[in-house]
Structure formats: C-alpha cells, structure tokens
Design a protein around this ligand. Structure first.
Ligand code: PAD
Ligand code: ZN
Ligand code: ZN
Length: 341
C-alpha cells in the first residue's frame, strides 16, 4: 500500500532540527523532512485514494481509519504513527531508501528532504490540483499544528485572552487560529524581539520578552490580564516555558496547550493543586486534526482565501541550500524557509 512521489517543495520545521540536536531520537542514518508537498509518481498494489499525477501532502501523523484513535471523534494520534517508538520504516517494516548499498531509515513516515520519497497510503493526502505546492507544503506541519492547537485543541472562544509562548512558524499559526476564533487579546511571548513585528501582523495585540522583566513571566502575564489568560500555548519546546504557560492561565478555568516538542526523555514535575483549582492542561500533535481527512479541507480553505500562508514564508531556496536555511532558523532570522526541487 505504498505511494512513490516526487517532492516539489518542503518547509524547514524545527522538529527536524530536534533530530540533528539529539532531542528527538529516531533510527539513523535517516532522510529527514516532514512538511512538504509533491506529486504522485507511482502507486503500489491496493492503493485507491491517490493516483499518479495527483498533488499530495505527506502526513507525519498517519490516519489508518481503523485504530481506536482514528475511530474516536476527538482522537488524531493514529496508533500507526512512527513518533512514539520510531522504527524508521514503512508500515511493513521495510525501508525504501539506500545510499551506496546501505539502508537508510525513513522519518515519521514522510522523509521529504529527498527528490523522491515513498510513503504508506495512510501517510498521504490528495489535495486540490490547482494548489501552489510551494505554499501549501506548510499545511503538512507548521500551519496546521499551530492553527489546530488554537481552534481545535484549545477551542479558543470569542472575546477571550490568549498567550502564545514562542513566535516561530508554529507559534504564529497559533496566533492566526486565536484570531480566527475571535480572541480579543493575543499576547505573544518570545525572547527574540525580532519576532514581534510579524506576530502583530498576523494578529498579536501585544508582545513581551521575558528578558525585560525581573519577575517570572507568568506573574507578569497574570498581572497584565487580571488573574490569568483564558488560553495559553507553549510553542517553544522547553520544560520551563511549559510550566510558565500552565501557570499564566487562569486558576479556575484556564486552558494550557503544549505544542512544542519537549527535550527527549526529560520529565516535568508539577504541583497537582495547579489542576485541582480547575485548570486544564492539554497537548496535541498536528493541531489535533485527523490528518488524511483534514489536510484536503485545509488546502480548500487556503484556496478559498480563508487564511494566508505568506506571512510564514521568509524565503524560498533551492534544495541544495538546506543548511543555509537551517542556519537562518537556528539564528532566529527566519520563520519558514521553503526548499524547492
Ligand atoms: P522556531 O524555532 O521557529 O520557533 C521557536 C520560537 O521560540 C523562537 O522564536 C524562539 O526565539 C522562541 N523561544 C526560544 N526560547 C524561548 C523562551 N525561553 N521563551 C519564549 N520564547 C522562546 O520553531 P517552530 O515554530 O518551527 O516550532 C516550535 C516548536 O513546536 C518546536 O519545539 C517544534 O519541534 C514543535 C512542533 N510541534 C509539532 C506538534 O505536532 N506538536 C509540530 C511542529 C513543530
Ligand atoms: Zn513540523
Ligand atoms: Zn489509526
């Protein structure tokens, strides 16, 4: 049930860099990349949902449609995922990549940093034939993850106050989701003030840097909002900001959502009183969206101009310049770099 495809565009998400830094462990050597769009070249036996020539987006969270998560109306973390205990293979346990005779591992069912890739049918969605792949590739991760975290996971309400920690591509997409959901106040939090202008462009009403205050940032946010925000989002991937995001939401009804990928094998300790007072602490991957069902709909919404992806795209580079693109991400100078093949 495999699908071979030609990559057309791939975005550079922080999660791939987490493999390079060792924060996310997956079998090596590996072809990374998971935020992409391409065109189907050929299909294996039994594949019915895509055909050669279709424009597609690979899905780093698959949707098998049969497991308990897929069958539950609210679940999206398909049990066939390769995120929790990464095997680095196709569903059948094999790899389709070699380099000089040596087997190369797959990465979370996608491996898009390659001119061609092979994915399982449950890890790919057909999208509108008219869609611009060098933009909608962001629907394969960053945009959808952030946007869904606001509208689907937190279920941000009209008139509410939100705080977003981390103003990278995913955090900016959270802000877009908060805005669409009708939030009245959206406070961006980042240690890099260079991110503030863009955050305001997409909907942040104010931005603050923790480094400008002597007090812990959650106390600052509580004071700014008369006792705490309604919704907070951690979109950095650090334990400290996860706790700060939890603490800054209102004790009795605040909802805090973890979006950032935590450093590998580290645990958090927290005081249960923080939840006994009534807070809700949540987390999700891919914005809580069922991937194969939702990606084509999100692309349709993009085509209907319900949201723009342009604010997320800092630059478009040829594939060969991948390291330059990552250098820009690490140094905080870019939101998203799109590589084209
Ligand atoms: P990014 O590196 O573009 O953005 C992270 C932002 O956090 C940067 O602007 C930093 O300046 C800022 N930052 C760093 N430290 C702090 C701090 N102490 N306080 C406030 N801000 C800080 O990353 P991204 O937007 O591509 O991804 C963000 C996280 O989300 C990252 O951990 C990534 O792995 C994770 C992710 N999760 C999913 C998912 O499905 N849950 C999907 C995609 C990405
Ligand atoms: Zn990603
Ligand atoms: Zn499933």
């Amino acid at each position: 049930m495999s699908t071979a495809g030609k990559m057309v565009a791939t975005g550079l998400c922080r999660s791939d860099d987490h493999v390079v830094s060792g924060n996310f462990v997956t079998p090596l050597p590996v072809i990374l990349g998971h935020e992409a769009a391409g065109i189907v070249e050929s299909i294996g036996e039994g594949v019915t949902t895509v055909k050669p020539g279709d424009k597609v987006i690979p899905l780093f969270v698959p949707q098998c449609g049969k497991c308990s998560a897929c069958k539950h109306p609210e679940g999206n973390f398909c049990l066939k995922n390769d995120l929790v205990m990464p095997r680095g293979t196709m569903q059948d346990g094999t790899s389709r990549f070699t380099c000089r005779g040596k087997t190369i591992n797959h990465y979370i069912g996608t491996s898009t940093f390659s001119q061609y890739t092979v994915v399982d049918e449950i890890s790919v969605a057909k999208i509108d034939a008219a869609s611009p792949l060098e933009k909608v590739c962001l629907i394969g991760c960053g945009f959808t993850t952030g946007y869904g975290s606001a509208v689907k996971v937190a279920k941000v309400t009209p008139g509410s106050t939100c705080a977003v920690f981390g103003l990278g591509g995913v955090g900016l997409s959270v802000i877009m989701g908060c805005k669409v959901a009708g939030a009245a106040r959206i406070i961006g939090v980042d240690i890099n003030k260079g991110k503030f202008e863009k955050a305001k462009e997409v909907g942040a009403t104010e931005c603050i840097s923790p480094q400008d205050f002597k007090k812990p940032i959650h106390e600052v946010l509580k004071e700014m909002t008369n006792g705490g925000v309604d919704f907070s989002f951690e979109v950095v991937g650090l334990l400290d900001t996860m706790v700060a995001a939890l603490l800054c939401c209102q004790d009795a009804y605040g909802v805090s959502v973890i979006v950032g990928l935590p450093p590998g094998s580290q645990n958090l300790s927290m005081n249960p009183m923080l939840l006994l007072s009534g807070r809700t602490w949540k987390g999700a991957t891919f914005g809580g969206f069922k991937s194969k069902d939702s990606v084509p709909k999100l692309v349709a919404d993009f085509m209907a101009k319900k949201f723009s992806l342009d604010p997320l795209i800092t630059q478009v580079l040829p594939f060969e310049k991948i390291n330059e693109g990552y250098e820009m991400l690490r140094s905080g100078k870019s939101i998203r770099t799109i590589l084209t093949f």
